[in-house]
Structure formats: structure tokens, C-alpha cells
Write a protein that binds this ligand. Structure first.
Ligand SMILES: Nc1ncnc2c1ncn2[C@@H]1O[C@H](COP(=O)(O)OP(=O)(O)OP(=O)(O)O)[C@@H](O)[C@H]1O
Ligand code: SF4
Ligand SMILES: [Mg+2]
Length: 371
């Protein structure tokens, strides 16, 4: 079984709806090149929520914008982005416009900047429907009312005639979600959709996303700094560090037995006794490396208590933690010396680490297919 096809029941297989392979994005200026994303790969399956976490600047938004085809012309993109079998990397703007809003849609952190202040809510939802589905003005208005109802906006008949400034922040975010799902896209990318909202409003927005996934089967990429949101809403988690993917696992495996030292650092403050109240990503000692180069080494080494010459001498591949076919392949990490399942977090790597799930030298390709 390949990584791209996952078993759901005996004999049944599911294809990913979105498949990102070896995605790289760099921004070149006269003075420097920023390698914002470096070899990111993931699959997203129908109806699942994949959370993307990592410190500020690690490339979460750039990855999302690349998938949407919304990066500025200064961005140089490599790799593959397949949506329902169609290649988006390298597609023309005209082709992307046909897909955006219809097959894949995105919601952002601050809805006020995305909504047009001089158009009614109904008009803004209706525009998407008219463009992609050819609905008449009357049909689009009726559908806009249904969509406002779907995202939990009370009195949708009245709200559809209102302007963005007449709505609260939470209601505006619901409108953005209504616009995003208007054409029933198979993939929704939500980049920090609740960060600007207070906690009770956040919970309502997450409920809307969950119900869309259940009712419409929408697959969701959820970018967040909030580990509580990850625990509550995600099926799987992708951890990014300095533009690279360092760990990916089903949510229970990640919280129960993270293997990458960086992930352990992120989770440590939350999982420690007395740390339950912490939801935001904690600070990890040390500095995030510059993105000006792509070292052939583990970029976390300067901050890692387990680092040795192997870590600074070669880039770890993104491998299954248990190098066997089946469920183990769903937990992957890019680390020469990953923690064992039951190994407690600590600054130092044991002198001999053979008892852990550490790969043997023979199983250490620097770059694996499907990393
Ligand atoms: N248009 C651009 N030109 C040059 N560099 C950029 C551009 N957009 C993003 N970057 C750089 O790419 C890197 C990744 O940025 P990105 O916005 O993806 O981080 P992020 O993980 O989403 O962070 P945050 O959690 O703060 O939102 C950063 O170093 C950022 O400065
Ligand atoms: S590869 Fe080495 S330096 Fe990098 S996270 Fe793993 S143990 Fe630490
Ligand atoms: Mg961001």
C-alpha cells in the first residue's frame, strides 16, 4: 500500500482529495532568497480535518497560499499539488480561477479585510454562486439565505440584506465560511480562522466547521496556533518547522507519543502537570533558523538536546516511524533519533538509542519519495 492510498475497511481504499508532494516555495529579491517552504508533502482525505501547526514563520500560510495559487509573482514554486487528480502547480491563473471557490476555498484570520464593505452579505455570497454555478440573481439570493442558515446565522432573511459592518466579528467569519462553502468545495483551507475571535465565538466557528465536514463531507486543512483546537477538531496533525514537515500523525498518536524532539517541545508545556490551561504554542528555547539557505542537515539541531554529528551532517528523511506497511506509515517523522513510543521527554538522547524506533543506517535515505 502506498502512502497516497489509505485503507478504510478491509478491501476498501480511499484516494486523497488533495495530495501535496515535495512542495517548495522561495521568494527571491535582489539581495536574498527566502526558502519559505522546503519539501512539504501531505495527503488530505475526504471529510477529514488535518491540522497544521508550528511556530510563527514556519511556512504554514505560504503552504496554504501555494495550494490556493494565491502567492505573489515573486514566489518560485516547485513540486506537485494534485486536487482530485488535477495538477494545480504550474496551472495558469485562468485555470486556477475555475477551481478556486468551486473545488477548493480558503478562509482567513480576519474576515473584515476579505469582505467588501460596500456590498451586502447576500450580494457577496451570490457573486460566487453566479460565477461558478450560473444562478440567477433571485436563485443566488435564495441560496445565500440557505447558506447563512447552514453556518448558524440567525434571521438569515434579514441578515442577507445587511452590510459587513452591521455584523459582529464572529458573524462575519461565519459569512466568510458561507462564501467559502457556497459551491460545496471538496477542500476548505482555514488559516487561523478563530484567532481574532474570543473563546466562546471560536467554539461556535469550530462547530460550524465540524458540521460542514459531517454534512457536506468537506475535507479541511486547519492552520492554527491553538493546541486545544487541534485536540478538539483534528483527525491528523502536520507539524512544520522552518519550512519543512517534521512530524505527521493521527491526533491521538501525536498527543500520546510524539516522536520528534520539536513536537515534544511544542507539546511539553501543554502536557506537563499544571500546563493544561495552556493552549497556545509555547516558546521553545533558541532561535528559529534563517530561511536563506537549505542546509543538508536537520535545521532543528541547534535547539535540540539529542543532536549529534549525524544530525548536522545530513538531512533526515520523512519516514514512517514504524517502517512497516499499514497503520504505522501514518505516523512519520523527520529525525535521525526520534523518541521511542514510551520514552520520556528529556534533554539528552540516551548514549545507545537502538532500543527506540530509530531507523537503522540501511533505512536512512536522506530523501524518501513521499516525504
Ligand atoms: N511575499 C513574501 N515575500 C518574502 N517572504 C515571504 C513572503 N510571504 C511570506 N514570506 C516569508 O515566508 C516565511 C513563512 O511565512 P508564513 O506566513 O507562511 O509563516 P506562518 O507559519 O504562517 O507564520 P504565522 O504563524 O505567523 O502566521 C516567513 O519567513 C515569511 O517572512
Ligand atoms: S535529527 Fe537530530 S537534531 Fe534533528 S530533531 Fe532529530 S535528534 Fe534533534
Ligand atoms: Mg500564517
Amino acid at each position: 500500500m502506498t502512502e497516497a492510498v489509505r485503507e478504510t475497511a478491509p478491501g476498501a481504499v480511499r484516494e486523497p482529495v488533495l495530495s501535496v508532494r515535495d512542495l517548495s516555495v522561495s521568494f527571491r529579491s535582489d539581495t536574498r532568497t527566502v526558502h519559505a517552504v522546503d519539501g512539504v508533502s501531505y495527503d488530505l482525505f475526504p471529510g477529514e480535518v488535518l491540522a497544521v501547526v508550528g511556530e510563527s514563520g514556519c511556512g504554514k500560510s505560504v503552504t496554504s497560499m501555494a495550494v490556493m495559487g494565491l502567492l505573489p509573482p515573486t514566489a518560485q514554486i516547485g513540486g506537485s499539488i494534485r486536487l482530485g487528480g488535477r495538477e494545480l502547480a504550474g496551472a495558469s491563473e485562468k485555470e486556477l480561477q475555475k477551481v478556486r471557490g468551486k473545488d477548493i476555498a480558503m478562509i482567513f484570520q480576519e474576515p473584515m479585510t476579505s469582505l467588501n464593505p460596500v456590498l451586502t452579505i447576500g450580494r457577496q455570497i451570490g457573486e460566487v454562486l453566479r460565477r461558478h454555478q450560473g444562478l440567477s440573481r433571485k436563485e443566488a439570493r435564495a441560496r445565500a439565505v440557505e447558506l447563512l442558515d447552514l453556518v448558524g446565522i440567525p434571521a438569515p432573511q434579514r441578515r442577507v440584506e445587511e452590510y459587513p459592518h452591521q455584523l459582529s466579528g464572529g458573524m462575519r467569519q461565519r459569512v466568510m465560511i458561507a462564501i467559502a462553502v457556497a459551491c460545496d468545495p471538496c477542500v476548505l483551507i482555514a488559516d487561523e480562522p478563530t484567532t481574532a475571535l474570543d473563546v466562546t465565538v471560536q467554539a461556535g466557528i469550530l462547530e460550524v466547521l465540524q458540521s460542514l465536514r459531517e454534512r457536506l463531507g468537506t475535507a479541511i486543512v486547519l492552520v492554527t496556533h491553538d493546541l486545544g483546537v487541534v485536540a478538539d477538531a483534528a483527525d491528523r496533525v502536520l507539524v512544520m518547522y522552518a519550512g519543512r514537515t517534521v512530524e505527521q500523525a493521527p491526533v491521538h498518536d501525536l498527543f500520546g507519543s510524539a516522536r520528534h524532539p520539536y513536537t515534544r517541545g511544542l507539546l511539553g508545556a501543554v502536557l506537563r502537570p499544571g500546563g493544561e490551561g495552556k493552549r497556545r504554542l509555547p516558546e521553545i528555547p533558541g532561535l528559529v533558523p534563517s530561511l536563506d539557505s537549505q542546509p543538508d542537515a536537520c535545521t532543528f539541531a541547534p535547539r535540540c538536546g539529542r543532536a549529534d554529528d549525524t544530525c548536522t551532517g545530513g538531512r533526515p528523511g520523512f519516514r514512517p516511524i514504524h517502517p512497516v506497511a499499514g497503520a504505522g506509515a501514518r505516523h512519520r517523522a523527520a529525525c535521525w533519533h526520534p523518541y521511542g513510543a514510551d520514552e520520556p521527554s528529556g534533554a539528552e538522547r540516551p548514549a545507545t538509542t537502538g532500543a527506540t524506533d530509530e531507523p537503522t543506517a540501511a533505512a536512512r535515505p536522506d530523501q524518501e519519495a513521499g516525504k
